[in-house]
Design a protein around this ligand. Structure first.
Ligand SMILES: [Zn+2]
Length: 208
């Protein structure tokens, strides 16, 4: 939304009797919503708020269908990552695969995708699998959080490199945990938004 559009919306509401503080909140809601729609995100928070649910869904998925091929070495993992890159499915750069050494920070992590860098790091064992490599490559398609954009990319890569049966299974578990697969671009009207705002405020006050 341009500054002019925002100002026009703000003035319109204040002129119709809206409190200026609340109007500002509504305008910022509209602005954020437009930004989220563009980015393929469903959550307002800067935190990766859906990470744990995604992990749980993926554990259930793996439990049923396994992790795909398990590799013994980094070069083998690199070869699979290169295969994905050369398939032209949306990775803009070749991704370099490195070893993720055991450390306290990454204790329960099988792999990581490095932000703003064409690098993924994998732990021997759990991390040297097609499942984890596809998960990290989905991050490298521009979705560092585990939001809608990431999940769509992960399902797409799974279908392409593990087959339709497995991608359907992954989707089934995402849905089971009520993880949305599309971003609603519906923007609430000022009246609807205000209703929700007061409801939330009331709840906040009640909580103390
Ligand atoms: Zn992840």
């Amino acid at each position: 939304m341009t500054d002019i559009e925002m100002t026009t919306m703000y003035k319109g509401l204040v002129n119709s009797g809206w409190d200026s503080h609340i109007t500002q909140k509504y305008v910022s809601y509209v602005n954020k919503k437009k930004w989220l729609t563009k980015k393929g995100k469903s959550a307002f928070t800067g935190r990766d708020s859906q990470m744990n649910k995604v992990y749980t869904a993926e554990f259930c998925h793996i439990d049923e269908v396994g992790t795909g091929t398990e590799y013994d070495t980094i070069p083998q993992c690199q070869q699979f990552a290169d295969e994905v890159f050369h398939a032209g499915v949306g990775l803009k750069k070749r991704i370099n695969v490195f070893l993720l050494p055991s450390s306290k920070k990454y204790k329960n992590v099988a792999g990581i995708a490095v932000a703003n860098s064409p690098v993924i790091k994998l732990k021997p064992g759990h991390g040297f699998t097609q499942f984890v490599i596809l998960h990290e490559l989905a991050h490298q398609m521009g979705f560092m959080h585990h939001d809608v954009g990431f999940r769509k990319a992960h399902v797409m890569l799974t279908e392409r490199f593990r087959g339709k049966k497995e991608s359907k299974n992954l989707l089934k578990w995402y849905k089971h945990f009520k993880l949305p697969m599309t971003v609603s671009d519906k923007i609430e009207t000022p009246e609807k938004w205000l209703e929700r705002y007061f409801r939330l405020e009331k709840a906040r006050v009640a909580r103390g």
